[in-house]
Design a binder for this molecule. Structure first.
Ligand SMILES: [Zn+2]
Length: 422
């Protein structure tokens, strides 16, 4: 009996340890296979050397990566051999389209055709090697600059069995490739050392910043998906990068483990012509929801102030220099707006009961460019709201119309800077 209990306890311990290995799971993904920045690497021997370096660093740190293939760049037997080496080393290959189009500059049907050409080519290649295609990576991480494109491409991916693999840490590692190749060609050891140092510092900074954002959003330590590119600077720098990641408590994990986590599984409806990491998309969507709630609450508070006859409170949400337009003219400044209301609605009876019903809310924001050229969404600094106002008076009469309100974020909260009511 005693032995049995001990054996059970050991089994439980064993499974608990397997379920919760120490370290933060990190999936390494590698874009633009067979070799990124292909125009800089046209010689087969050069492409093979880069592949040697990348696969050696991955093997040394026992990383199981997902590589994303641009199918039109698989043009020679040597390129096919490079993909075969990735598969033989235990890595998975996913679709990165046929020609790497930018969805923000391409209509959905043409983009979907390019995705399909990439899928068909790679799927046939994988089938010949006993594999299947599961994942897709959007070129430039751009998922749609309109809601219609976003939906159309997502639907096409789902119906062709391709799962978009998000990026949570977007490092702009590609931006080091050209200087690295130039310094290599010039056999400039000092420049190479400097660029290598910059590469490590830049990537570490991004890893730390984006990991912190992910944890803040998730309220816990969340897994990460790192984006790297299959390039020469990576071949030289990944060993040191992976060693540093291990020292920071990261554990290289499989796509299946990382993609099973609900944090990484979120699919925010983020519409923008620039891409960016999953955490930035989620942070932006949350901010948008918070801003909408704040503005809607303000409108409700304004209606409540009106309905208790408190015009002062009703006008408190106008900025000092707010502009108020009606068919009868233009009023400038909060005090003038308040005076106008007092004159037009001298009694509680004249005011009636107000309701304000938001019909459309648009956020005002834009991309912020990072030092390395990445684009992340800025904070939302303005909101425009189309709303319907309705005044019901005790005598049974009713008036209704539309208003367009422009809110700005100020240190004191959201304020109306322009109001066009009709
Ligand atoms: Zn790419």
């Amino acid at each position: 009996m005693r032995t049995l209990v001990a054996a059970c306890a050991l089994t439980l311990l064993g499974s608990a340890a397997a379920a919760a290995q120490p370290g933060r799971p990190l999936l390494v993904t590698v874009d633009d296979l067979p070799v990124a920045a292909g125009a800089l690497h046209t010689e087969a021997a050069d492409r093979d050397r880069i592949t040697d370096g990348l696969l050696a660093a991955l093997a040394k740190h026992r990383v199981r990566a997902v590589g994303f293939v641009i199918w039109s760049r698989v043009s020679t037997p040597g390129d096919r051999a490079i993909l075969e080496r990735w598969l033989a080393a235990g890595h998975e290959l996913g679709n990165h389209t046929a020609t790497h189009p930018d969805l923000s500059k391409t209509e959905a049907p043409a983009y979907i055709a390019d995705v399909e050409a990439g899928r068909a080519g790679l799927a046939a290649f994988l089938a010949a090697h006993g594999g299947t295609l599961r994942f897709f990576r959007y070129p430039y991480l751009r998922e749609g600059d309109t809601a219609a494109k976003l939906d159309a491409v997502r639907q096409a991916l789902a119906s062709s069995g391709q799962r978009p693999l998000p990026v949570t840490i977007d490092t702009q590692d590609w931006s080091f490739e050209k200087p690295w190749v130039e310094a290599s060609a010039a056999v400039d050891a000092d420049a190479l050392a400097r660029i290598g140092d910059d590469y490590q510092r830049a990537l570490r900074t991004e890893v730390l910043a984006q990991t912190r954002l992910g944890d803040e959003l998730g309220g816990r330590q969340v897994p990460e998906v790192l984006l790297l590119h299959a390039n020469a600077v990576g071949a030289a720098q990944w060993d040191a990068l992976f060693t540093w990641l291990e020292s920071r408590g990261f554990r290289f994990a499989s796509a299946d483990e990382v993609m099973a986590d609900p944090a990484v599984n979120q699919v925010p409806d983020y519409v923008d012509r620039f891409g960016g990491s999953l955490w930035h998309r989620i942070a932006h969507q949350r901010e948008s929801e918070q801003v909408r709630a704040a503005v809607t609450n303000l409108l409700q508070a304004q209606a409540a102030a009106w309905n208790r006859g408190d015009l002062e409170a009703f006008c408190a949400v106008y900025a000092d220099d707010a502009v108020f337009l009606t068919p009868s003219g233009l009023t400038r400044g909060r005090q003038a707006v308040l005076d106008r209301y007092r004159k037009r609605y001298p009694t509680r009876e004249a005011m009636g009961d107000l309701s304000l019903e938001p019909m459309e809310v648009r956020d005002v924001w834009g991309p912020e460019v990072t030092v390395l050229g990445g684009a992340v969404p800025s904070h939302i600094h303005g909101v425009s709201v189309v709303a319907r106002w309705t005044l019901s008076r005790a005598d049974g009469t009713r008036a209704s119309g539309l208003t367009l309100l422009v809110f700005h974020r100020t240190p004191g909260g959201w304020l109306i800077v322009q109001d066009a009511s009709m």
